[in-house]
Design a protein around this ligand. Sequence first.
Ligand code: PAF
Length: 287
Amino acid sequence: MTPVIAKTREELAAVRSGVRGTLALVPTMGALHEGHRSLIRRAREAAGTVAVSIFVNPLQFGPGEDLDRYPRTFAADLEACAAEGVDIVFAPTPEVMYPRAPMVTIEPGAMGRIVEGETRPGHFAGMLTVVAKLLNLVRPDVAVFGEKDAQQLAMIRRMVADLDVPVEIIGSPTVRELDGLALSSRNRYLAEDERRTALALSRALRAGADAAGDGPSAVTRAARRVLDEAAAAEPPLELDYLVLVDPSTFTEVAGDHTGPAVLAVAGRVGATHLIDNVPLELGKESR
Ligand code: PAF
């Protein structure tokens, strides 16, 4: 079944007014892959009608980032949505989304300035602003986001709670290639040798997870060993951060922490910025 496509606010409002029962939204920037498809399937379990938004949000890209070369594959995205039985695709242009330069944006607070927010200043303000706009325009009952962007998910949960946005946020697990690489629209930038180096990210997370029973410093030590090797590889991995954080605040956990944590890593291979993470239960063997 081909989804109904809405490109303007008016078209979206018309389709939205015809929705009966519950509506789930999967916000995306397009270039859909199996990870997005798993979010769509999760959305289908949660609601009778599924909408996917496809919008490369200029506000969340910093100067010198990949806004211009970010993959735009609308025809293939529509095919993927049709194959997954998506009911509605909202695909606005930047002019539809931002008829004038926004003066009021969402200020993400302290969580927006740490970890990924330190590496990409302004990114989380732009991301939260567009997510708030999408939630207001589409008015879904639930919205589904990938756990691969763990800090993004934590910040969206916090925005929805702090601003009383009437939507349920669902996180959906990261989907990986057989060799462990987390699926990302940016993986298509990687040359073969760069992809080989990029595998160190998931290898480091696995090494960290295997040490979860031995406490926080053992986890980061095990992961760091793998990343140090990758830093000396050709092409090298340039590490942005490796942190072991509280899943809801993204602040680093104490040395004697037990219980839930997220081991998050980011780095550059060539010109490509990649992130990955693994949820852990510290003090216990992990999954
Ligand atoms: O994760 C993404 O693809 C984007 O950050 C999102 C949530 C669609 C907002 O532009």
